[in-house]
Design a protein around this ligand. Structure first.
Ligand SMILES: Nc1ncnc2c1ncn2[C@@H]1O[C@H](COP(=O)(O)OP(=O)(O)O)[C@@H](O)[C@H]1O
Ligand SMILES: [Mg+2]
Length: 538
């Protein structure tokens, strides 16, 4: 058990935590959420003992071991891969190191010390450490030929996996991770989801990845107004139940018993779905025991993202023939034949993000294809959310003037009209007069979404739309696209977004395309497609 008592943290005048008391119980997985800058990373650093709180204590039950997923990817560059993993168990590694050194310089004097160390080493099951570390690595897809090379020679994608192996090595009682799914591909995230869902020890994890949070969490710990509140259930449960409670609060005519019955029915349906989900875990069972009294109305502000079409498109949306693109002499994709039907919501997917970005850039006339043609239906109108929005913010305009650039009529140029779209993205009052040049990454994306709402196109193109956004915005964005009646081309590393919006998958590879009408999960899980994918990239 891990306890936080009377914890306060202050940076200058800013109070991040105010007398926080919280208990993290053995066996639970806590998903820590909160706005950008709420203090999630700071909280984990305090738990890990990397920084000291202004006042208060963190108490880990005696004899328990905590480990932290390292975020500095280059910290172990001078060590071999296997050694990096072994270093995850600090005590064991220190014992082994001292033992090795004494053996190298064996004498009667240090024999006693060696004996002592050996005893400790035995108790920690040290003789199996190398093989345990090796199998941990192999489970994470790091083949044996890489175990003895230096970390500096490991490619970035695999480095993250080695650091994961390090954190997981030796089965820590408390595992702490800050945004572990960043920079990981879907396969590795899937592996981690499964691993953590079946992990019996305590986990504290900060994440913006809703699919991941849903797969692994038994509790959500919400950081808001300087406090931390635990809620039973995963992210979706927390989100939907707190929304329902907020709605109920507004329904003054409804009787208390009716509201309670409605919440109970909600829990019953949710639990039934959890029980049906494919992850076979003991954690899943914990989520089945949810309690009406723990549900609290949400006090969060969610942006109001609503995409409307100025007019509906006809049947011809987009026709692509023989399209090809390359970068630095390398083929990104070729032979792309694709006919988009009305209402298609296509997840455009590739192992190489340069391929998907080139695809959108070509369709938006920002880049010339190496070969092939594309044609938009005459009744279509498009709007595009590029992965890199830098070019949109070169002029120093207030947000109102910035957004006004896309007004089509005199009516749309009206300040109240333009502010309406900014307000929907929670830029209200004074904020709408901020200059575009001072905006944070997340604020820029929110502007780009306002712009998209104002354009009212019937085809939306989105290249990594969730980058820089907080969970509230991602959730609102996701919901709006589920409800959108037009057509969508979408590339995202957000699994939940891809799964709940897409009805068709188009994978771009250097050897052609794979094009299937199915959900993203069906696509990832299909063994035949997996085989085909392996072939297409080789
Ligand atoms: N060492 C520090 N000195 C002053 N301010 C800090 C320090 N560390 C973090 N902060 C501030 O504390 C707030 C919380 O930061 P952080 O914990 O990184 O938030 P989160 O991970 O929730 O986005 C931010 O406003 C950040 O700028
Ligand atoms: Mg953080």
């Amino acid at each position: 058990m891990l306890t936080v008592s009377n914890l306060s943290v202050q940076f200058g005048k800013r109070v991040l935590f105010d007398e926080v008391n919280a208990t993290f119980t053995q066996g639970n997985c806590y998903g820590i959420i909160g706005a950008n800058g709420a203090g999630k990373s700071t909280f984990l650093k305090i738990i890990a003992g990397d920084i000291d709180p202004t006042s208060g204590h963190v108490i880990l039950e005696p004899g328990k071991r905590m480990s932290v997923l390292n975020q500095n990817h280059n910290m172990f560059d001078e060590h071999t891969v296997l050694e990096t993993v072994l270093m995850g168990n600090k005590v064991l590694f220190a014992v082994k190191k001292e033992m090795d050194e004494l053996y190298a310089d064996y004498s009667d004097e240090n024999a006693d010390r060696i004996g002592e160390l050996q005893l400790q080493f035995d108790e920690m099951n040290g003789w199996n450490a190398d093989s345990d570390a090796a199998s941990m690595l192999s489970n994470l897809g790091i083949s044996e030929d890489l175990h003895y090379i230096l970390m500096s020679e490991v490619e970035p994608k695999l480095k993250v996996r080695v650091l994961l192996a390090q954190a997981l090595f030796g089965n820590p009682d408390v595992l702490v991770m800050d945004e572990p799914t960043n920079d990981l591909d879907f396969e590795t995230i899937g592996w981690l989801e499964n691993f953590l869902a079946n992990y019996e020890n305590t986990v504290l994890v900060v994440s913006h990845d809703r699919h991941f949070l849903d797969a692994v969490c038994t509790h959500i710990s919400d950081i808001d107004f300087g406090k931390i509140n635990h809620f039973s259930g995963n992210y979706t449960f927390w989100y939907e139940s707190s929304q329902l409670a907020a709605k109920q609060r507004a329904q003054q005519n409804k009787k208390a018993e009716e509201k309670k019955a409605e919440l109970e029915e909600f829990i019953r349906r949710f639990s039934a779905n959890v029980a049906k989900s494919k992850q076979a875990t003991s954690r899943k069972k914990m989520i089945e025991k949810l309690n009406v009294n723990e549900i609290k109305p949400s006090s969060r502000r969610y942006p109001a993202i609503i995409f409307e079409q100025e007019r509906e498109a006809g049947d011809q949306i987009l026709n692509i023939q023989g399209l090809a693109a390359s970068a630095e002499g390398e083929t990104l994709f070729k032979n792309v034949d694709f006919n988009m039907a009305k209402g298609d919501k296509v997840v455009v997917f590739s192992k190489d993000s340069r391929a998907t970005t080139a695809f959108y850039e070509i369709l938006n006339d920002n880049l010339k294809a190496d070969a092939g043609t594309f044609e938009w239906g005459i009744t279509t109108t498009q709007s595009y959310l590029p992965a890199d929005n830098h070019d949109f913010f070169t002029e120093d305009l207030t947000l109102v003037d910035w957004l006004r650039q896309w007004a089509k009529t005199e009516e749309e140029r009206d300040e109240v009209y333009v502010r309406g779209f900014l307000g929907k993205m929670i830029f209200s009052g004074e904020e709408a007069l901020k200059k575009g040049s001072v905006l944070s990454g997340g604020e820029k994306v929110r502007c780009m979404i306002s712009r998209m709402m104002m354009i009212r196109a019937n085809v939306l193109m989105l290249d990594e739309p969730t980058n820089h956004l907080d969970l509230e915005s991602i959730t609102a964005f996701n919901n709006s696209l589920k409800n959108f009646k037009g057509s969508v081309l979408l590339t995202t590393h957000d699994h939940e977004f891809a799964q709940t919006v897409g009805n068709r998958i188009l994978e771009l590879t250097p050897n052609g395309v794979i094009d299937r009408y199915m959900t993203f999960d069906e696509y990832l899980d299909d063994p035949k497609i997996k085989e085909l994918r392996d072939k297409m990239y080789s």
